[in-house]
Design a protein around this ligand. Structure first.
Ligand SMILES: [Zn+2]
Length: 141
């Protein structure tokens, strides 16, 4: 994951290209979107946390994951609010709220206001942008 010499927050785009796979680079650095129902983190068994595929920061957890039917991993809240940044995204003729990793600034997905209680939020996140870590207890976050 993080076996490169440069700290994630200081990497140049050329360094990102060398540490990320093609799909990861497209989503995390070029704000791409994986096809719906293509991700391998849609149905994750067991508990754990979801880390940023770019830098390993804990972003989401299995306790707050739900099946939205959208075809992308969905969460009604983040694991640690300080680890996430949001920004208005007006590309593609839509006004959406983009979700980014607060550490490495990688693009993760978008957040919508049609999620379940208690937050009413739906964080719609690319599987490719995340890594599941079953070793870390979600209740620690
Ligand atoms: Zn990151």
């Amino acid at each position: 994951m993080d076996d490169h010499g440069t700290a994630p927050e200081e990497r140049t785009e050329a360094e990102w290209r060398s540490v990320l796979g093609e799909e990861e680079y497209n989503i995390l650095r070029e704000r791409g979107t994986e096809p719906s129902f293509s991700g391998d983190l849609l149905d994750v068994e067991g508990s754990g946390v979801f880390r940023c595929a770019g830098c390993g920061t804990v972003l989401f957890d299995s306790e707050r994951k739900f099946d939205s039917g959208s075809g992308w991993p969905s969460f009604y809240d983040v694991a640690e609010a300080d680890n996430i940044e949001t920004e208005v995204d007006e590309r593609h003729g839509m006004r959406r709220i983009e979700v980014r990793c607060g550490t490495c600034d990688g693009h993760l997905g978008h957040v919508f206001d049609d999620g379940p209680e208690p937050t009413g939020k739906r964080y719609c996140i690319n599987s490719v942008a995340l890594e599941f870590d079953p070793e870390t207890d979600p209740l620690d976050f």
